[in-house]
Design a protein around this ligand. Structure first.
Ligand code: GDP
Ligand code: MN
Length: 403
């Protein structure tokens, strides 16, 4: 089981590792309760590396940039992962970024500590271009790891760090001590929770307020062994309950699949229904484009497939509305084998209890009679559009008005 950063931080902190307090935020409203002082770092909570390079980690120093920065990261797609929450942490004054990870080498049947004084976002390149900059210490499950082993390893590592070498003796030994203790505590975390990987990058030397130096973990990655679930049951259940925001969507996607409906959650406010994958894809694009200035985004991809009948429409609308974020729906149907007049009847049946605005655009087979049926229904929340652009724009405007 891979943990989110906010969860990994909590486990490491509980083992005594120096980590700042952080606040998890799922929407802009959540920002109101935050008491962390600027400057802060806003961090996308997605289980994928390289967030910094992908624009998912941003420093905010000015109060008037705070909300807009959070807004720009929430809903972003980072390496195929939707950002559904961000972590707000106090920004630190970094003087040196170190890298530390602990894992298990299956071929050597041994644990290892891997560390470098060239940590940070370029660690992968460092590993490729100058592999010598990354040091390893192997140890067996039988021998375990003693604090003294860690001290020796960390000492030889920091000997290669110019910044540390230039410090006065007192500061240098303090950094040495804090660094070794941190690495040792990373191992304690690894063991206690049956991890398969714990990585801290950067583990940073930071300048504290009074010019003193400290070692602080600024990022954390933890994977737990699924085979240890029975030993860590309470922890697993707690971690899972905290990330229900993502598993809800997985459940919806599964439900849709069982009904032969192709649904993908995207995270915005404008629900989308169409027939045919190509048409739905372009509808998602048009909504994204129309909504750009209004800051309305597509909530989902949903392809009803060939038979856009009443039952299918009803199921589709149910799935879309199970996402609380949805504030309007745009239905974009091309009548081929499916006749628009039949879709119109199905749609009216399926939306009899729906309160949010539904914008409909028909084209193709029986377009005119389909539109007429909708218009004559006099349903106050059903709107028709002449073309896709008009429909998408209307749906975006209505989604925003509803907020
Ligand atoms: P990752 O790219 O997914 O590994 O995300 P990280 O949490 O490691 O952040 C990426 C980079 O952002 C770090 O390597 C730092 O250079 C920078 N960063 C993160 N937190 C801070 C901070 O508090 N202060 C400063 N100055 N930079 C930070
Ligand atoms: Mn990192």
């Amino acid at each position: 089981m891979d943990l989110y950063e906010f969860q990994a931080r909590r486990l490491l902190k509980a083992e005594g590792i120096n980590l700042s307090d952080a606040a998890l935020v799922k929407d802009l409203k959540g920002l109101e309760d935050i008491s962390i002082e600027l400057p802060v770092v806003v961090k996308a909570q997605v289980q994928v590396g390289g967030r910094g390079k992908a624009g998912g980690v941003k420093l905010v120093s000015a109060a008037n940039r705070f909300k807009s920065t959070v807004k720009s990261i929430l809903g972003k797609n980072i390496g195929g992962h939707l950002v559904e929450s961000v972590l707000i942490v106090p920004a630190r004054d970094i003087v040196q970024e170190l890298y530390v990870s602990i894992g298990f080498d299956r071929s050597a049947h041994e644990y290892f500590i891997m560390a470098s004084v060239d940590g940070g976002v370029d660690i992968e390149e460092t590993a490729k271009l100058s592999p010598d900059a990354i040091k390893r210490h192997y140890f067996s499950a039988v021998d375990g790891l003693e604090l003294d082993d860690v001290k020796t390893f960390c000492g030889s590592l920091l000997d290669e760090c110019e910044f540390v070498q230039d410090l006065d003796k007192k500061q240098r030994s303090l950094i040495m001590k804090n660094f070794s203790t941190t690495v040792y505590n990373i191992w304690q975390t690894y063991r206690k929770y049956d991890a398969t990987l714990v990585e801290v990058n950067p583990l940073a030397i930071v300048r504290a307020g009074d010019a003193a130096l400290e070692i602080e973990a600024l990022d954390a990655k933890v994977s737990l062994d699924d085979n240890s679930r029975f030993r860590q049951l309470e922890l697993f259940e707690q971690l899972e309950s905290e990330t229900e925001f993502s598993s809800n969507h997985n459940a919806l996607e599964k439900k849709a699949k069982n009904l032969d409906i192709n649904y993908v959650h995207l995270g915005g406010e404008v629900g989308i229904i169409g027939n045919g994958a190509g048409l739905v894809m372009s509808t998602v694009d048009i909504v994204a484009l129309s909504g750009e200035t209004l800051e309305a985004k597509p909530a989902n991809f949903l392809d009803v497939g060939g038979g856009a009948n009443t039952a299918k429409m009803q199921q589709s609308i149910e799935i879309i509305l199970a996402d609380e974020n949805v504030k309007s729906i745009f239905v974009n149907i091309f009548g081929g084998l499916t006749q628009c007049d039949l879709v119109a009847h199905g749609l009216l049946d399926a939306t009899s209890d729906v309160e949010i605005p539904v914008v409909v655009r028909f084209d193709g087979n029986e377009k005119e009679s389909g539109l007429k049926i909708l218009q004559e229904s006099n349903r106050s929340n059903i709107f028709t559009a002449d073309n896709q652009e008009e429909g998408a724009l209307l749906a975006c405007k209505m989604a925003k008005e509803a907020v």
